[in-house]
Design a protein around this ligand. Sequence first.
Ligand SMILES: [Zn+2]
Length: 218
Amino acid sequence: MNLEIVRLHLAHIKSFNDIPVHGFVIKHPRAGAILVDSGVGWGDEDLIREWKVVNRHAADALAEHDLSPADVKIVINSHLHFDHCGQNAVFKHAPFYVQRGELDRARKSGDTIQWFDFAGARFELLDGDAEIADGVRVVATPGHTSGHQSVLVDTADGSAVMIGDAAYTADIYAQAGDADLSKWPGQHENREQWTHSIERLHGLHPHAVHFCHDARVV
Ligand SMILES: [Zn+2]
């Protein structure tokens, strides 16, 4: 498949190393637009102030690419931290593909639960690797959270990975277990699983890796 990937700039988190927050759209000829992660959104003013978030509406980011929220037929959440599912409610009409273990974890933690677990939210729960559409699959990459997943897409140049938070930056991805994480608290909840997940992604030899929090593509 020659699928096209479009990057959306959805927010900036100033108080955490001034990182961008990206979502991605996979333009799929049959399944429609598939959104990977939905940014921060406006669900909690205290949180937005605390993290110094500069937010953007997903609809505005999509419009730059001649897309509207209604074009998005499927949402994949890499995981359910606030900066990856914050605008899920904009896409109420779409199913949310998440790992079953991630939804359990996030519900138990209770953090920003209203951002993803609102009335009418329709989850498609996954247990490990799964094909979402022709040329689009998720691979389980636990470690950042226990139910984290990354997305693998067939493009004209080869396979591309949308890595989610399995690695915050290109350097962390390249250095994996040897990376200096002193500036990056929260990179892993479980270090052993996390290292294993990055090694697994390396082993897939992707042509391109796209990051949620780094503008570089490697
Ligand atoms: Zn995260």
